[in-house]
Structure formats: C-alpha cells, structure tokens
Design a protein around this ligand. Structure first.
Ligand SMILES: *Cc1c(COP(=O)(O)O)cnc(C)c1O
Length: 508
C-alpha cells in the first residue's frame, strides 16, 4: 500500500491523539472497574433504602420537595458518585412511592421480580435497540420468541405476530390504528373525511380512557367512542352492545372496532369475551381485547378459563408491567394476523430498506410505531428462564385470592359499602357515614380519608367515582400484602373518615 492511500498514516501525520478526561465515564472495556464499583454502589444504596422503608410513602408534598430539586445547579456536577447518591437520597429515594411495600394498595403497580431487575441491568448496559437486526441481533430473535410464546398462551395460530410497546396505552393506540386502517381498506373508501367521521368504536363504560384518547389521536369524530352499558359486576352487557351496534347500523355509521376489557382498571371485571366475539364477527368490526391488567391470567394455573374467548380477538394488549411483576415498561400488542401490522410499516433508506425484507433479515421496526426501542423483552425472558411461567401465575393467583378475602372483610363491615366482587384484584368501596348524613358528607369523608392516609404515608389507596359519588379503591398486586394489612388499612380509613364527619358536625 502506498503511504498516500493509507488513512491511518495520514491521520497520524495530521492529528495528535486526544486525551479526553470525560471519556473515563464511557462504558467500555477500559472502564470496567468504574462500572463495577458504580453499579455496586447504586445497588447498595437501593438495598439500604429498601431495608429502611417501613411505609409505602413518607407523605411528602410537592412543596416540600420542589426547593431541593430546583436548587440544584445542573451545570455544576458533583464529580463524585457517592455525593450524587447522597443527593439522590434527599431529592428522590427517601420520599419515593414504594410499590413493593405491602400497604401500597393504590394503582396497578406491581412489586417487581429480581430476575427482571437483572434483565433490566443487562439490557441498559448492552443498550440494544430493537428496531433493526443490525442494532440488536439476538435481541430481535428473543423478542420474537416472547411474542410467539404470548400468542401461544392467547391461543392464536401460527400467523400471529406482535411487538413490545411502552405500555397498554400505546398498545391500545396501535391496535386501534390497525383497526382504523382495516375498516378503511375494507370499505375501499380511502381516508376521506366523511368515512373517518362515520367510524365508531365500542367499549364498555368501565373501559380504559386510552381508547378515547386513541380515537382523538387517530383523527376520528369526537363522537367516535360509543360507551356500552355494564352489568352489576361491571362487565359489558352483550345485549347492550348488540343494541348499540344496531343503532350504529341505522345511523349509517361503520363499526370500526369493539374493545373488550379483560380486567377493567377500577373493577377488575372481564367482559364476556365469547359473546362479544360473536357480535364482532357479525358486525365485521375489529375485535380488540384490552388485557393490560388481566394478562397475568395467561399464566395462571387455576384461572386461565376467565380469558376464554380471547383467542378470537384480532388484537390483544398485554401489560407485563402490571400482572407479570415486571418493571416499567414492559407491554406488548399481539395480533392474530401478522399482515395487519403492515399498516404501521414505512421504509427508510438508512434503516429498513425494502431490500432487507427480500434478504429475509428480520427487523422489528416495520411492526412498531416507535423507532429506537428498548429491549424490554429481556426482563420477561430472564423471568421465564429463572422462575418460569407457573411461578408468575401463582403470584397473580395469590393476589386474586387475597382480594376475595378482602371482599369478605368489606361485606361484613357495616362501616363500608363495597361495589362489586372483582374477578381480579381490585376493590371499590366507600366509608358510610352514620344514618342521615348528606351525600356531600359521604363524599367529603371518603376524599378526606384518602388524603389523610396518603399524608400519613401509612398506606396508599386510590380513589375513583361510581356514578357521581366518590369511592376508594384497593388494587392488590402484592402477594405479600396480608389480610391483616388490609384490615389495618380499613381501620385507618374508618378513623380518618369518622374524624372528618365529627369535625364537620362540630363546625356546622
Ligand atoms: C393500565 C391500563 C391501560 C394503560 O396501560 P399503561 O401501561 O398504563 O399505558 C390500558 N387498559 C387497561 C385496562 C389498563 O388497566
């Protein structure tokens, strides 16, 4: 090789090597000691914090925390890991909300399993991006195996496919995007404004708000989402759905999608999937099952039958970060027909040219509404490889059993009224003030009890509305929550509520 043709020789002649101090923070083969120590220090801090956490929350207020965080000069680094961890303790760790605590009973947040934490540590260090094979290699294949595994659990055939997403809201959005495109294609009408305005989505009154939000993002009419009545246990009434579909037909609207919820966020109710599937087939609508919460039943050894009919869906939302004990985020959209995912496919010359498909190089970006995407699937992979699906299902079964016990506690306690017995693990209930109390007083007592409990930090519970009345909600996802914990929290709620009633009586 002549010297002129060597870029190395030219570079050495022109540039002197740079020594960059900041490079010591980069993760590579020369910084492994720093990596090991930094991560170990971090793990130690977290373990120490968890060991000293005796409540799910400290009750800190935004006003308490804001000055400490605003006061930090982000342009002046501490230059020291221990100092940064000390600071983190003050601005975050000490006052964070801890889902692993048995008296965290508020939202659909689960304690996480250790194999998934290991997966998380691996996936962020390797930092694969799951859009293309050339950014992930085996990661792409692992994600595909997990989608196939999930599809198998659902009962889909070999033409099923899917994609990991950031969460149930994104999964629902993508499902409805596919449903919209299918409806437009079926009508062979293109996306004319008139047709878009006539598309309708049916979901029960207990369904998730992301359905409405998705309809808006999809450019549908403000009236696109039709709310279907539920029965006493908050499951969609098939007769009501049939009636709404009939109305839709008379009005000349197009039934774009029916969304059945397998585990409603408030009530844990599972819509009657087989009956809805039949109505769906008759109407030609896309059948989406939102199993963001109920997906844990896919691995339950005793309750899988609650999901019967899910295999007839066109698409299913599963949130592993709810009932599979996975860290946020870990969710997927699984579809019956692989081909339908192509509605989200675009080709970029730099990333996924059509030629790659011809070369049969696998890529996931064709199926996703994201581009750069985390290898969240690895957490579930490690969970299945270390614990296995039965162990995960057993944990979920345990919280459902616990919710049934809590329901008994509530039904025999005259201080409370419980709305319905959940098929999963929520309880919606309220404190009943003494006879003759106004609605206003009842609402006030429940609102107050929730806030007082949160500021004490002794337990966290959620609030919701049934009709126009204020209720409280337990969402049980922690198998370590005992009946005793639940009974204790009920007593605390009753005390706070009674105190409110007493105070109102004195001041009126
Ligand atoms: C939680 C939930 C969602 C939204 O999921 P995210 O992961 O929070 O985006 C959708 N549907 C139901 C029924 C849910 O419970």
């Amino acid at each position: 090789m002549s010297p002129q043709a060597s870029a190395v020789a030219t570079a050495r002649a022109i540039f002197s090597p740079t020594v960059d101090d900041a490079a010591r923070h980069l993760f590579n083969d020369r910084t492994l000691d720093r990596y090991r120590h930094t991560m170990a220090d971090g793990v130690e801090r977290i373990a120490d914090r968890i060991a000293r956490t005796d409540r799910p929350f400290t009750g800190v207020s935004p006003d308490d925390l804001t000055p400490g965080i605003s006061g930090i000069d982000l342009d002046r680094p501490l230059e020291d890991t221990a100092a940064a961890l000390d600071e983190l303790e003050d601005v975050y760790l000490r006052d964070a909300v801890y889902f692993h605590h048995p008296r965290y009973l508020a939202h659909l947040n689960c304690p996480v399993v250790i194999p998934a934490l290991l997966g998380e540590a691996v996936l962020t260090a390797v930092n694969s991006s799951l859009d293309t094979w050339d950014q992930s290699a085996g990661g792409t294949l692992i994600e595909r195996r997990l989608i196939d595994w999930t599809a198998g659990r659902i009962g889909f055939g070999t033409s099923a496919d899917g994609i990991f997403t950031s969460g149930g809201s994104q999964s629902n959005f993508q499902a409805l995007l596919l449903a919209r495109e299918e409806a437009l294609a079926k009508a062979a009408l293109g996306a004319s404004r008139d047709v878009m305005d006539r598309l309708r989505i049916f979901v029960s009154e207990a369904g998730h708000f992301s359905v409405r939000k998705s309809a808006k993002m999809l450019g549908l009419s403000p009236d696109a989402v039709v709310t279907v009545e539920t029965d006493a246990r908050k499951r969609m009434r098939p007769q009501a759905l049939a009636w709404e579909l009939e109305q839709c037909r008379w009005a000349g609207f197009i039934p774009m999608a029916i969304v059945a919820t397998a585990g409603t966020t408030d009530f844990g109710s599972i819509d009657p999937l087989p009956a809805i599937a039949r109505l769906c087939a008759d109407s030609g609508a896309w059948f989406h099952v939102d199993a963001a919460y109920g997906c844990g039943l896919l691995v339950s050894r005793s309750r899988r039958a609650l999901l019967n009919g899910i295999e007839r869906a066109d698409s299913v939302t599963v949130d592993f970060h709810k009932s599979f004990f996975q860290p946020v985020s870990s969710s997927a959209l699984v579809v019956r027909e692989r081909a339908t995912l192509s509605h989200a496919t675009y080709h970029a010359d730099y990333l996924n040219p059509a030629r790659m498909v011809e070369q049969r190089i696998p890529n996931q970006v064709d199926k996703s509404i994201q581009t750069t995407r985390r290898f969240d699937a690895l957490k579930l992979w490690m969970t299945l490889r270390i614990m296995g699906p039965d162990a995960v299902g057993d944990l979920f079964d345990e919280v459902i059993d616990r919710a049934a016990q809590a329901w008994v506690l509530l039904t025999v306690d005259p201080r409370f009224e419980v709305v319905t017995r959940s098929q999963l693990s929520t309880l919606v209930f309220r404190y009943l003030p003494p006879e003759g109390a106004t609605r206003d007083l009842a609402d006030g007592a429940n609102l107050y009890a929730r806030e007082a409990l949160a500021s004490s930090g002794a337990a966290l519970v959620a609030g919701t509305k049934v009709g126009d009345r204020h209720y409280l909600k337990f969402t049980l996802l922690n198998p370590e929550t005992t009946v005793d914990d639940i009974a204790h929290v009920l007593d605390l709620i009753a005390d706070h509520a009674a105190e409110y009633v007493e105070r109102r009586r004195r001041t009126s």
